[in-house]
Design a protein around this ligand. Structure first.
Ligand code: GAR
Length: 207
């Protein structure tokens, strides 16, 4: 059974997609051990509570230094004994010690087709604003392993979504979530839970 810890900062629709997948059985061999949020008001914590999943809040703002936060954060994650850590809209930089300890066991959902519209400063609605400004016709989402860079780790799954006439950043964000994120994130968890994802030479092979 894959023990999964989900890290969140906001609404938690991607967390919900994972919870639904586990409950409906489209994600197999998986237990959600806990949800960690850096924001105590994140609706994602309510979603966890609604499904009787332990939820914890730990925020860098309540620590004197980033080092102290990083230490406590790693301790909190370790305490849940994860086999897999899922960043589902988590907006805090992952401490290098956590990346090292959980190499190829942390995945992230990013709302673009990496390597477009990714890296520092590209998160949430900003990604969709940039895509509309550039005028691209196709956008999408990516699930990837987390390494020391920003959105640079091995890519697991991607799904494309069409831009439509009259799209606003909000409309496009919703379509990317519905058509891509809520599908490929649960699918990636299921593949990992069933031993179907391996990393070779920094690239992912799906068995
Ligand atoms: C999602 O669109 C996710 O891809 C994005 O934040 C949103 C969280 O929504 N993540 C990033 O931009 C990471 N760089 P949710 O809280 O409803 O799942």
């Amino acid at each position: 059974m894959l023990n999964v810890v989900v890290l969140v900062s906001g609404g938690g629709t991607n967390l919900q997609a994972i919870i639904d997948g586990v409950e409906k059985g489209t994600i197999t061999n998986t237990k959600i051990a806990g949800v960690i949020s850096n924001n105590k008001n994140a609706y994602a914590l309510t979603r966890a509570e609604n499904h009787k999943i332990p939820g914890v809040c730990i925020s860098p703002k309540t620590f004197a230094s980033r080092e102290e936060f990083n230490e406590k954060f790693l301790e909190t994650v370790d305490g849940l004994k994860p086999d897999l850590i899922v960043l589902a809209g988590f907006l805090v930089v992952i401490p290098p010690a956590m990346i090292e300890k959980y190499r190829n066991r942390i995945i992230n959902i990013h709302p673009s087709l990496i390597p477009s519209f990714c890296g520092t400063g590209y998160y949430g609605l900003k990604v969709h604003e940039a895509a509309l400004v550039r005028g691209v016709r196709v956008v999408g989402a990516t699930v990837h392993f987390v390494d020391e860079g920003t959105d640079t780790g091995p890519i697991i799954l991607q799904k494309a979504v069409e831009v439509e006439e009259g799209d606003t950043p909000e409309i496009l964000q919703r379509r990317v979530m519905e058509q891509a994120e809520w599908k490929i994130l649960p699918e990636a968890v299921d593949l990992i839970a069933n031993g179907k994802v391996i990393v070779e030479d920094n690239r992912v092979k799906i068995l």
